[in-house]
Design a protein around this ligand. Structure first.
Ligand SMILES: [Zn+2]
Length: 730
């Protein structure tokens, strides 16, 4: 899975007017990071002598990354369809384990989780009135791309659809969101017992949300199709002549309600290791109860074109050369048979033990399961990862070992419900809560040249700093290219906010990939990295090697840049004298989240005041700035004792956990972070407990959750003071 919501995230972020303290901060921030000659330049958290070593280390690491080698890895990973739970997927896991051993990584192990899986037995769809049409449910093969003829390619199916045999009238419900059903209701159309057809939306809205909504409305089944307005010919040239989806492309995917609780639906909150306790399926909140099937627009058009009911609203009209209507005349017979039984998923794990702090971990992960070949999602990321680990292995063979431990994980079943990472995170929860410095996720690494970097607030500044020392394939630094491409994006979105270091990182982290368990369940800081471009073949057979070599990243240069960036970011966290976790920036970010909440349409200042929360966030910013004013010169002096450094790092590592509520946010106990969660659409949701209380008009709860937040911010501020105390101790 890979969410493409970054454009909309940026638009929303930019609608805020920065306050004066924020502007002052930006000036300070930019001056702090002013360019210096690379080899002697300052690196946040490093003593000057360690920074000098680090530049040499990084230069060697970056030089050993080969784009050609990445292409070879990518050819391997895209050679077979390998959805989670299949023999091919297991073979991929085994290959990764074997390669990691050859590369010299340590403690290579494959961990098996027996989870409730999902796979299709058979699917069919026939229109039986007003005329007959049998849906093809398969993608057109092309001679120029022999992979599209692979006999193992599946037909159309949706993970965790239920089995069913339904004959019913068909209703068009636009994107399948609650407001769309309201429009239908106003037209006197009830979807109870009907087959609802909806389109994938752009920007992305998780298909599981469409399924839950259809289920709540009483629909008998859900068809989700790709409209050419969203990812097809209305956007540009289609495959095999261009990067957009052709008429028969099918977006497969799962509809698991993992916005309630991700991972194995039968082990919510604990790991699916052998012998684990399992809840009955009837109690599993993340299991859908609706029949679902994805369609190409080739198969959707006959259903839509033969309706004779009311014309659909203007903004419901899509890219097909027809008049879109709400219902009428069309009856279909849908038959789906699924095997939703227990299957083994395989997470591959390896590490490089730290030379000085083996119990402080930097974790890097990507998933290996793919709906079909996974050219972009996830094989681009997997190929970048394998080349990065090869470079680390080479350095290890030369006796160069990072100070903290690097752990590499290749997840399984991400596409099904973030399953492998969730089970692994739950299995090692206790250790991860105290040892994990940060998690760095790369799902898709490259579908084009535009860099998108996301980070929980405390890691945003170090990510910006790191991009300054990575070269962009198009010339100049990645930092520069990132500012430029973001400026173009904002201009296209009519967003006038200028791009700068303080706002280029996406600090609004939703769900939809493997970072979720680490941020939302364990309370560890995360970074997510990706290069984006025009991409209309997501989760279809055409997301393959041919696509990548003709459209996405023909020279594998962005893949190589990702290997460098991902590795160097991890190295900075693994090598720093003082961890580059920035609570001054976090305080500013949280203050912004509060300002955004006040602009929420449902916010009522007569009912709730966020003044105390603003004060607490500003208090954190001020305390962290005060601490930084002592800490930065102390690090630069190189005179902090090992005892002081250990105490400071231990306090910094506790910071994120201060924002964790052991009982979770109301209604979703698995999601424990009070700053970050995801909406059911997967879209980012900041300050989830307060926001959801505001949006449901529960002002007493909103008040209570605001107090919880104020307390957490006070706890964080106290940590900053403790760091200052350590600095002043002898
Ligand atoms: Zn993915």
């Amino acid at each position: 899975m890979q969410i493409h919501v970054s454009c909309s995230l940026r638009v929303r972020a930019s609608l805020l007017l920065p306050g004066l303290p924020f502007v002052l901060f930006c000036i300070l921030f930019i001056s702090r990071l002013a360019a210096q000659p690379a080899s002697t330049a300052h690196i946040t958290g490093f003593t000057p002598s360690h920074a000098a070593d680090e530049w040499k280390f990084e230069a060697k690491f970056k030089a050993s990354i080969s784009a050609d080698q990445i292409r070879d890895y990518h050819r391997y990973f895209t050679s077979t369809p390998h959805p989670a739970g299949t023999k091919n997927d297991y073979d991929v896991a085994q290959y990764i384990a074997d390669e990691w051993k050859k590369q010299g990584l340590e403690d290579v192990v494959i961990r098996q989780y027996d989870v409730l899986g999902t796979r299709p037995v058979s699917t069919s769809l026939d229109m039986i009135a007003p005329k007959r049409y049998t849906a093809v449910l398969r993608e057109q093969p092309y001679d120029v791309d022999p992979d599209t003829k692979n006999p193992e390619v599946s037909s159309a199916w949706i993970g965790f659809s239920t089995s069913g045999d339904i004959t019913a009238p068909v209703v068009y419900a636009h994107s399948g969101n609650p407001e769309d059903y309201e429009v239908l209701r106003q037209h006197g159309i009830d979807v109870k017992g009907k087959i609802v057809i909806v389109r994938y939306s752009n920007p992305y809205s998780y298909r599981g949300f469409k399924a839950l909504t259809a289920q709540r409305m009483g629909a008998a089944a859900l068809l989700i199709y790709s409209d050419p307005a969203e990812d097809g010919y209305k956007r540009g040239k289609v495959f095999p002549d261009g990067p957009w989806g052709p008429e028969s492309h099918i977006q497969r995917g799962a509809i698991t309600y993992d916005f309630m609780v991700p991972g194995d639906p039968l082990t919510p909150g604990w790991a699916s290791v052998p012998g684990a306790k399992r809840i009955p399926e009837s109690e599993a909140v993340s299991l859908p109860h609706i029949v679902a099937l994805p369609l190409s627009w080739r198969d959707a058009q006959p259903l839509l074109a033969n309706m004779d009911g009311p014309v659909a609203p203007k903004d419901w009209q899509g890219g097909l050369p027809i008049t879109y209507r709400l219902n009428g005349a069309v009856v279909a017979h849908l038959k789906v048979e699924m095997d939703n039984s227990t299957q083994p998923y395989y997470v591959v794990e390896a590490r490089i033990k730290g030379s000085e702090f083996p119990d402080e971990w930097v974790l890097l992960g990507n998933h290996h399961d793919a709906w079909v070949f996974g050219g972009v999602d996830p094989s681009s990321g997997t190929a970048s990862m394998m080349e990065m680990t090869r470079a680390f292995g080479t350095m290890l063979k030369q006796g160069v070992r990072p100070r903290r431990t690097l752990i590499f994980c290749s997840w399984d079943g991400e596409e099904v419900g973030l399953t492998g990472s969730t089970e692994w995170g739950e299995q090692f929860a206790n250790e991860l809560r105290t040892k994990l410095v940060a998690y760095l996720n790369v799902d898709s690494s490259a579908s084009g040249p535009n860099f998108e970097g996301g980070a929980s607030g405390s890691l945003a500044p170090m990510l910006v700093e790191t991009t300054r020392s990575i070269q962009d394939p198009n010339g100049g630094t990645l930092h520069n290219a990132w500012l430029k491409s973001t400026a173009v994006e904002r201009k296209e979105a009519h967003d006038k906010q200028p791009v700068n270091d303080a706002n280029v990182v996406d600090t609004r982290i939703g769900s939809g990939s493997d970072h979720t368990v680490f941020l939302n369940f364990l309370g560890r800081p995360v970074i997510t990295l990706e290069f984006d471009g025009p991409y209309g073949v997501y989760h279809s057979v055409y997301d393959d090697y041919f696509w990548m070599n003709h459209f996405g990243d023909p020279g594998y240069k962005y893949h190589a840049t990702m290997s460098q960036l991902w590795g160097v970011t991890a190295l900075r966290l693994a090598q720093a004298d003082v961890l580059p976790i920035d609570f001054e920036f976090y305080g500013i970010t949280i203050n912004q989240f509060l300002t955004e909440l006040e602009k929420n349409r449902q916010f009522d200042s007569a009912k709730l005041s966020l003044v105390s929360a603003h004060k607490a966030a500003q208090g954190l910013t001020a305390a962290a700035a005060q601490t930084a004013s002592l800490l930065n010169p102390a690090v630069a002096s190189g005179k902090l004792t090992p005892t002081q450094l250990a105490a400071i790092n231990s306090l910094l590592m506790k910071g994120e956990a201060t924002f964790i509520l052991p009982g979770g946010i109301p209604g979703r106990p698995w999601f424990k972070h009070i700053l970050y969660s995801a909406r059911y659409t997967y879209a980012h949701l900041e300050l989830p407990a307060v926001t959801e209380a505001v949006e449901s008009g529960n002002w007493a709860e909103a008040q209570h959750q605001t107090e919880v937040l104020v307390n957490a911010l006070a706890g964080e501020t106290a940590l900053m003071k403790q760091i200052s105390d350590v600095l002043q101790s002898k």
